[in-house]
Design a protein around this ligand. Structure first.
Ligand SMILES: Nc1ncnc2c1ncn2[C@@H]1O[C@H](COP(=O)(O)OP(=O)(O)OP(=O)(O)O)[C@@H](O)[C@H]1O
Length: 299
């Protein structure tokens, strides 16, 4: 854990009548895109809302850019671009008026970025807010978050409601956001595997309020393989890395540690005849199943 973390959480908990988030120890390092991944109701939005001080933790310590709520709320929020899951209702105000109002809160507001995004995203600035479609509200919300030139982007279901074109612009803009400055980070919660595949560096798994583990995405797709095997050993399911054995035909194993499994199978005189990469979605399904049984430590 480095000292220049953008966010650090120590033993954070938040309880509702039927739900508890945490205790959670987690940190956000600069220069990375984190994907918060978890089933519906696992606590992703609650976590975002906590980082925006819309929800207060019951226990634990939350620091953003080394600062704390409520004392340094203004300085903290100047550095965050937040896109909530449900767009905030701004009523009948004209979009351009709303933007003039909101832009004043951000000392690093970039008009050039704003104009470029309005153009690329096709935000109808002359319309009244309540007339915008769900996708247009999302486009506006993303435009505002990016034009504020934040250090940290918190994006809760950012592509929900966006059409294909909007999704592509979004992906390009996130790449651009990170390339412009390597001290920035993005946290996104999404159910779209495509967003995770394209954007995420680190996958953070959360389930029923419990942190299940953090994984480097590229490492995951390196390590996880489906291997067809000649003469499957009887004890295949206890060999290193193997998470699933299919007796076949064709007999195959699924491993979460390709190198270890290859060596173990070789020592049993088993031959791998074909190796297949695994889809990220399939890996995630296995991870949720496995990590739920034996969670790793928070990272
Ligand atoms: N204000 C509240 N009062 C009571 N319960 C709440 C409140 N806010 C959230 N919860 C509960 O906390 C749990 C986590 O909700 P949250 O919205 O954080 O999940 P999520 O992972 O973002 O879900 P989704 O993927 O469906 O958006 C849910 O069971 C929800 O009902």
């Amino acid at each position: 854990m480095s000292s220049n973390q953008l966010v650090s959480m120590q033993s954070i908990t938040k309880s509702y009548s039927t739900f508890q988030l945490g205790p959670l120890d987690w940190g956000i390092e600069p220069g990375l895109v984190y994907a918060l991944v978890g089933p519906n109701g696992s606590g992703k939005s609650t976590l975002f809302r906590m980082m925006m001080q819309l929800v207060h933790p019951d226990k634990g310590t939350l620091r953003l850019f080394g600062m704390r709520y409520p004392e340094e709320e203004v300085t903290i929020k100047e550095r965050i671009g937040y896109v909530p899951e449900e767009s905030i209702d701004h009523g009948k105000v004209k979009v351009s008026g709303l933007v003039s109002f909101i832009s004043q809160w951000y000392p690093r507001w970039n008009d050039e970025t704003y104009r470029r995004l309005v153009n690329e995203m096709g935000v109808p600035v002359e319309s009244k807010y309540h007339q915008l479609s769900k996708g247009e509200k999302k486009r506006l919300s993303l435009t505002l978050a990016l034009a504020a030139e934040p250090q940290l982007l918190l994006l809760d279901e950012p592509t929900d409601g966006l059409d294909f074109f909007g999704q592509r612009v979004f992906t390009d803009e996130i790449d651009r956001f990170l390339q412009e400055n390597d001290h920035r980070s993005v946290v996104l919660a999404t159910h779209r595997v495509e967003d995770i595949r394209k954007l995420a560096d680190v996958l953070v798994l959360i389930h029923k309020g419990r942190y299940l583990g953090s994984y480097e995405k590229d490492q995951l797709t390196e390590d996880w393989r489906k291997c067809w095997v000649d003469s499957l050993p009887n004890d295949a399911d206890s060999l290193p890395g193997i998470v699933h054995v299919e007796p076949g035909p064709p007999a195959y194993v699924i491993t979460r540690s390709y190198e270890e499994t290859t060596a173990a199978l070789a020592s049993k005189r088993s031959t791998i005849t074909q190796i297949f990469p695994m889809e990220l979605q399939e890996i995630l399904e296995y991870l949720f199943m496995l990590e739920e049984k034996s969670p790793r430590k928070s990272g």
